[in-house]
Design a protein around this ligand. Structure first.
Ligand code: CA
Length: 221
């Protein structure tokens, strides 16, 4: 599952694309102008952009120019079977392109190829609106980064990998600190307290009496 920004000013095409993204289990956000797309990109963590070239305000190429510093894969959508457009798109860093009218299955296949190439697209977990990107080692809430220390992130990762399992303080030290830290299990408590506070996970990270902690996550999250 990926989070995809669909930048397309023609409503029927936008609807067709997003309906099919949803069917195969992707999340999407719609933007109808280049400017709108830019503001969404500023605040939302995304895995991929589907970008129409011909857009009002700011066209697809101008938008790509502004995105150059970001590691965000882009698939261009163009109405014209124009070689110049394709070359310009690739020069600006597009991963692929689709020519309108396109087959939905082809679009989905190209999206999958691009997502597989992209290291940040996978390994993203969302719990309570908090997105944990394991590859990036970043945690986001509403598009903003929640600052965690390296150790807090390690601990979070261990809790997620062992969700719904009670872990002793000793085991957590072993897994998150990577060495035997016997006698200093209070270190775990301090870090758990920080994680709970920063993520708002007072209820998610349960204290297991006389043992340690457990991250409670329902379903397949
Ligand atoms: Ca257009």
């Amino acid at each position: 599952m990926a989070k995809i920004l669909v930048v397309e000013d023609e409503q029927p095409i936008s609807d067709l694309i997003t309906m099919n993204l949803k069917l195969v289990g992707h999340q999407y956000i719609k933007a109808f102008t280049g400017a709108e797309a830019l503001s969404i990109i500023e605040r939302e963590p995304l895995d991929l952009i589907l970008l129409d070239v011909m857009l009002p305000e700011l066209d697809g190429f101008e938008l790509m120019q502004r995105l150059r510093s970001r590691q965000l894969p882009v698939i261009m959508i163009t109405a014209k079977d124009s070689l110049t457009d394709r070359i310009t798109g690739f020069e600006l860093g597009a991963e692929d392109y689709i020519i309108k009218p396109f087959e939905i299955l082809e679009m989905l296949a190209r999206i999958n190829v691009v997502l597989r190439r992209s290291p940040t697209a996978e390994q993203s977990i969302v719990i309570d609106g908090i997105e944990i990107r394991l590859e990036e080692r970043q945690v986001y809430q509403n598009g903003s980064v929640i600052e965690l220390t390296a150790r807090e992130f390690e601990l979070l990762e261990v809790l997620i990998q062992n969700k719904n399992i009670a872990l002793s303080r000793e085991r957590l030290l072993e897994l998150a600190w990577g060495y035997d830290f016997a006698g200093e299990t209070r270190t775990v408590d301090v870090h758990i307290r920080q994680l709970r506070k920063k993520l708002g996970w007072e209820e998610r990270i349960k204290t297991v009496y006389k043992l340690g902690y457990r991250l409670e996550v329902e379903g397949g999250a």
